[in-house]
Every structure is written in C-alpha cells, then in structure tokens.
Design a protein around this ligand. Structure first.
Ligand SMILES: Cc1ncc(COP(=O)(O)O)c(C=O)c1O
Length: 417
C-alpha cells in the first residue's frame, strides 16, 4: 500500500476484448490476461450469455449430497479432454485450493494403501503452486515463503530444467535429461518417504516464465512410476491451451496422477478449480469408513455459474478451432516481435504457445515498477517479474493489437535500458 502513495491504484470501469478502460476512459492492453486467467477477452458475449442464462436457473447449491447439470457436464467434457486415465473430477474454488487438495489426496492415498510414511513432497526449484500453507510447502520462492517459514512443512526441491541455466553449454533437451537424472538420484534415496512430485509442466510462470523441454515430463513420469511416487501436474497457469496444446502434459506424451486446472477454465470470469485424478486413486477412498474417505470441502465448490462459464469457454475452443488458430497467431506474433528479439538490451527471448518472455538489461534496480508505470502511459498493462517482461495475452488479440503491443513495449524498453 505504501507504494501506492506514488503509484495510485488504477480504477478499472469496464473491459472489452483485450482492453481494460479506467474511469477516465483511458485504455490498457491486458498483456497478462489479468494474472493469466482471461482467454477470450473481457466481457466475452458468449460467456456473458451463458452466465446470464444460468443466473435465471440456479446461482448456487452446495456440492455435497447434491449435484447440478453444469458440474456433471463439465466433468464429462473434461474427462474427454484431459490426458488418458483422468476420469474423476474433484472441485475447489481457486488454484491454491487445488494444490492443497492434490497434496492431501496423494498423502491420504498412501495412508489408505498402508504406506503412511509416504508423506513428503518434492517440487522443482523456483516452483510456484499457490500461497496457502500447504501450497507454500511446495513453492520455492523465498519472497513468498520466508515470513512463514516456521509454519510451513519443509519439502525438498530438485533442479529445474529451465534451459537458461544450461548457460548455452548444452541444448534444452540434454539439460532437461540431466535434471531428470538428478530427480532419479533423489528418488533412489528418498522414495520411501515421498508421496508425490509436483511440477508446472513446460513453463514455470512465477519463476519468470522459465521454459523447459517436454522430455523432462516424460522422464519424470517414468521415474515416478518406477519409484511409486505420484506425479501432480499443476496446469493452473499452463492448461487451457496456453502452451499450444489443451494441456501442457500432452507435449510430453504423459498422463499425470493428478491434473490441476483453474484460472483459464472459466475464461477468467469466476473462481473455480478442478483436481482430476485416476480410478486407482478414486478407488483407494471408496470405503464404508468415513475416515478413509476424502474429506475436503469449500462452500463454493463447483459453483454452477462458474461451471457454466467453463462450459461456454470449452464451447469457444471448439467453435473457433482455438488451438489451431493460436498456432497461427503465435507464428504471426513471433514475426511481429522480431525487433524485440533482436533488441540489443533483450536477452533470452522465448516462446511456448501463447506465452512470450525475455529479460531486459537495465541499469534500474526497480525496473519492474518503472516498466509497469511507463507501460500504463503507453496503453499497456505490463507486469514484469524482476527484469523479465512477459506477454500472456488473451487469445482474442488481433494482429493490429500485437503490432501495437510490440511497438509500445519497444518504446518502454528503450526508455529503461
Ligand atoms: C502454477 C500455479 N499454481 C497455483 C497457482 C495459485 O492459483 P490461485 O492464485 O488461484 O490460488 C498459480 C497462480 O498464479 C499458479 O501459477
């Protein structure tokens, strides 16, 4: 709040497509999809209509002892879209609660299976899985963790296959394989106490859009199977087409034991999360004894309005052939972004699907704040992480808007480098 003495909050009055408009009518291109949630633009007419229709039928009912059509339809459609074997959906309200649910369900599975000692988790270095206490126990970002260290369970991390760490000495694939070897060494020693490995497939968002080769997912899947450790794929940020496929796991040709979905699932409209899992895990809880069941509830779990927004979002994927259209869009954006990629002060320009990121050489230690402020003056909502500028725009961005985004970002970077 102290920062806002010099940088007032931006009061947003309305949104349309990729644009946010403030109370004075000034517009900002939402280059970060409002924290990575928006897929098809603000105030999308199709999603608006679905929510409005649902409002006239049922706004909410608890998802305990009751069910409703939107949640059943959504579960069935997700079963058809998710990697093979993930036939069960458990509903939560946001990303962090999905992480909590998966961690609890994994450890509880091992307890129900006579292996209660399997209660530790491993995550990748620089991982981010949310900021509730359980999620922080698998989040490796000191800034978010340190103040709560005494409250958080200590779990191990293994090397992250971010190809930038190879320092140009080996390619992304061989670096990913080397990191997978480190994972294997860790599992060899500790597997008896480990319930699950949790990863952000292909792109570690909060680490600064760290990108890695899909071979890592393949090896991690093999190793988790060999060492009897669950694999949790946190696709809260990277799912719903962000990396170019509906789910990033598809690019590694794998099915995890748990798939976490949130953010874009409602098109960025309403809070909803889903933990998808396998029949094997489901069966471990199917019992007469209540204590063997999975007891985890949130008041708004599976809210019908959120489920309708999600169904409308999935409709758009089909109607507009979004994954193919995005492939073309990404190619166009990469061409338009050439001056950025080749800018003397830009390093490690990278792209996966509809995510772009690069580092800026700058003398300013407060680059992120300056870039945000200057961005606003140039009609852009930019939200760098440290020196990393990234774009994760709504999929409805047009070529003209891409052009403007690149040109204005170049202006901002020239002023700060
Ligand atoms: C990979 C990942 N997991 C979990 C979360 C937490 O989601 P939420 O902010 O909805 O709690 C995020 C949020 O950015 C995320 O990027």
């Amino acid at each position: 709040m102290k920062r806002h003495e010099t940088l007032p909050l931006v009061p947003i009055a309305r949104g349309e497509g990729v644009w946010l408009y403030d109370l004075d009518g000034k517009r900002y291109l939402d280059t970060v999809s409002s924290w990575w949630v928006n897929l098809f633009g603000h105030c999308n007419p199709h999603i608006n209509a679905a929510i409005t229709d649902q409002l006239g039928k049922l706004e909410h009912v608890m998802l305990a002892g009751f069910t409703h059509e939107p949640v059943v339809q959504l579960s069935e459609r997700l079963r058809g879209l998710a990697p093979a074997g993930l036939g069960h959906c458990f509903y939560g309200s946001d990303g962090a609660s999905a992480t909590e649910i998966a961690l609890k369900m994994s450890a509880h599975y091992w307890r129900n299976s006579g292996k209660p000692e399997k209660s530790q988790f491993i995550s990748l270095q620089n991982s981010y899985h949310g900021e509730t206490l359980g999620a922080l126990s698998v989040t490796d970002v000191a800034l978010f963790r340190d103040a709560y260290g005494s409250l958080i369970k200590q779990n191990a991390t293994v090397p992250c296959p971010d190809w930038r760490d190879a320092g140009g000495l080996e390619n992304a694939e061989s670096y990913a394989l080397r990191c997978a070897d480190s994972l294997e060494k860790h599992l060899q020693v500790h597997h008896a106490s480990i319930a699950a490995l949790i990863v952000e497939p292909l792109v570690q968002g909060a680490a600064g859009m760290a990108m890695y080769h899909p071979i890592y997912l393949k090896r991690a899947r093999e190793l988790c199977l060999r060492y009897e450790v669950h694999l949790i794929a946190d696709e809260i940020a990277v799912g719903m087409g962000r990396t170019g496929t509906m789910f990033a796991c598809e690019q590694g040709g794998i099915s995890p034991d748990f798939l976490l979905i949130s953010k874009g699932i409602t098109g960025g409209y309403l809070p909803l999360s889903i933990v998808m899992t396998t029949d094997d895990i489901y069966q471990a809880f199917y019992d007469d004894q209540t204590a063997r069941g999975f007891l985890h509830s949130h008041s708004y779990t599976g809210n019908p309005l959120a489920c309708r927004a999600a169904l409308a979002t999935l409709d758009i994927f089909v109607q507009d052939d979004v994954l193919n259209a995005n492939r073309d869009k990404a190619a166009i954006f990469n061409r338009i972004a050439t001056p950025l990629r080749e800018h003397a002060k830009v390093r490690d320009f990278r792209n996966t699907g509809m995510i772009w990121a690069f580092e800026v050489d700058t003398p300013h230690s407060d680059f992120a704040q300056r870039c945000f402020t200057l961005g606003l003056q140039h009609e852009l909502l930019l939200r760098p992480m440290g020196n990393t500028v990234y774009f994760m725009p709504p999929y409805v961005i047009t070529e003209k808007e891409m052009q403007m985004l690149v040109e204005h970002t170049l202006t901002v970077i020239d002023l700060l480098s």
